[in-house]
Design a protein around this ligand. Sequence first.
Ligand code: DC
Length: 231
Amino acid sequence: MDLEIPDIIIAIDGYSSTGKSSFAKRIAHSLGFLYLDSGALYRGVTLLVLENGWHGGDRIDTEKLEPALSGLDLHFEDHGKGTRTYMGERCIERQIRSMRVSALVSPVAALACVRHYVDQRLHELARDGRVVMDGRDIGTTVFPDAQLKIFMVADPLVRARRRMDELAEKGETVQLEEILENLRKRDYIDSHREISPLRKADDAIVLDNTDMTLDQQMDWLRELLVKRFGK
Ligand code: DC
């Protein structure tokens, strides 16, 4: 984008599979900003729980998990193929996108110790500004002073179809009904949990992209940026 944007933080929140990460990645690419995917960090912690068997159903063994968080190195690397999530030296990008992780991530993300860990990591990673970050509570809790906040919504069926296509691309075949059920469950847990529930920040702008392509969303953003920061 041929726009001069100050060193701001852009917070993109919204429901699961509303296209937040595709939009955020595109924004980062066009503005030369750093992209931070907060959901990937929650997914990374969930993978740790699953691989160690620290759960029984949706109940997480916090006595085991909490001490492990202090030494947990979750970060992002970009080797020319887009941002990938790492746990130490191990790339965990594929594993954290599986249905197995999606099925447990909301209860994990509802835990105080996990939210504290991820908030801290995000602040460390966003130190230098010029960041676009997506999640559920970025504009309300993590960066309440973010200069631009967008809240994304879309029709649930459209969201489920997008998620199904995404999984299919990665070789995972999942029925639409199972995905819809997972989205419903996650929406509910994410917006009803005690600590930083998913909600629109008062100063966030709603973007309903049900019938919008990514290019149209970028045109929408461009107009917004010109209005806010244009000279
Ligand atoms: O964006 P995502 O679907 O990858 O996020 C996975 C889960 O992580 C989501 O169900 C809720 C949680 N999450 C959260 O609680 N807060 C955030 N800022 C980002 C994600």
